[in-house]
Design a protein around this ligand. Sequence first.
Ligand code: DX5
Ligand code: ZN
Length: 218
Amino acid sequence: ASGCKIGPSILNSDLANLGAECLRMLDSGADYLHLDVMDGHFVPNITFGHPVVESLQKQLGQDPFFDMHMMVSRPEQWVKPMAVAGANQYTFHLEATENPGALIKDIRENGMKVGLAIKPGTTVEYLAPWANQTDMALVMTVEPGFGGQKFMEDMMPKVHWLRTQFPSLDIEVDGGVGPDTIHKCAEAGANMIVSGSAIMRSDDPRSVINLLRNACSE
Ligand code: DX5
Ligand code: ZN
């Protein structure tokens, strides 16, 4: 795949300096920012919500693209607040809603792009009926909840299947993606690459971002 976009996940960054960390990523060449929202219910961890997104939007002068990864129960609840706060894409988990169709419609009506995420245990056939109505499919490559986990290579058939069925769909991978695992993702057909600790822990985030991006066009 060529034309990959790299979206650093700031989950494992210095959250007390979130604005500065986001700027550091944008200055290092990030194509977008992947913001992990966790509610302590859908996943066993808590991060932040729309008030923080609003503050970031005000602070970051470079018009960044915010991909909101909503690891929350009842994702219906936060569509409008996130849109008002400045979110560009609302990526919700199919496991968290009974009515994906209504939620997709609501996200669009609020002016955001739509992302559909599935956990490792969810089959990709479950996503397929909605793929034509969505901008992006997120295939999780770890159990959602924490950064720094091991990449699950056995998720690659899901990516490959989606790429085959929906050639123009944006497909994102998230969890354990870095220089050691990017080639498998690119080969399977992912074109939106989330990477957290691999970028955050590096002294030279720009070179890691470039490496990930280049791996996609090899
Ligand atoms: C996990 C999050 C990921 C995670 C990625 O629940 O959705 O975005 O922070 O971090 P790494 O790349 O460290 O797995
Ligand atoms: Zn994420």
